[in-house]
Design a protein around this ligand. Structure first.
Ligand code: ACO
Length: 151
């Protein structure tokens, strides 16, 4: 059985977080001011999600990652559902998530979960990351922001 639970950030393996965000510096910055959710089976971490305040009304999912061998089994969806419940409980009215233009599977998943694209930040990844990022044969250049209202 998979258990979703909040854990201290010190317990999260950095290699898991780096699957979603290549910048360890950025990760270390947002971890300080975040809630960390883990999907666990028999005490083993299979996936994580990091939720931070974006402003007083909006929470942001900064990082979501599931180890390769456990992907495609619904763990990502469960983490996203739990993050929405947590954000609501903390009093936020909206929740947002951002990803690259080349992240086809992630864009599909977030929209299936009710997130709507609201903005494209042109050349975001070219400006903020030193190394070029290629995914699905597409250059990752632009950041797409998606948002969902919390009822
Ligand atoms: N087209 C259509 N749907 C797709 C596609 C695609 N190309 N790829 C994936 N999906 C859908 C699947 O069909 C599935 O939906 P369904 O259940 O309706 O069929 C859904 O996406 C996947 O759902 P889960 O199994 O719940 O997700 P998973 O446990 O595999 O976790 C995650 C998803 C976290 C994105 C995982 O793939 C991962 O860790 N990737 C590497 C790290 C990463 O890229 N993280 C996100 C970066 S952005 C950020 O962190 C804010």
């Amino acid at each position: 059985m998979i258990l979703l639970t909040q854990i201290p950030f010190q317990e999260i393996p950095m290699n898991l977080l780096l699957m979603a965000d290549p910048s360890e510096d950025q990760i270390r910055k947002y971890l300080q001011n975040s809630w960390c959710l883990a999907a666990k089976r028999d005490d083993q971490i299979l996936g994580v999600l990091i939720l931070s305040p974006a402003n007083s009304l909006k929470a942001e999912i900064k990082n979501i990652a599931v180890y390769d061998e456990y992907q495609g089994q619904g763990i990502g969806k469960k983490l996203l559902q739990k993050a929405q419940a947590l954000a609501q409980e903390k009093g936020f009215h909206q929740i947002q998530i951002a990803t690259g233009n080349s992240s086809i599977g992630q864009l599909a998943l977030y929209q299936k979960m009710g997130f709507e694209p609201i903005r494209i930040e042109k050349d975001y990844f070219l400006k903020h990351y030193n190394e070029p990022i290629m995914e699905n044969g597409i250059a990752c250049k632009h950041r797409i922001l998606l948002e969902k209202a919390l009822m």
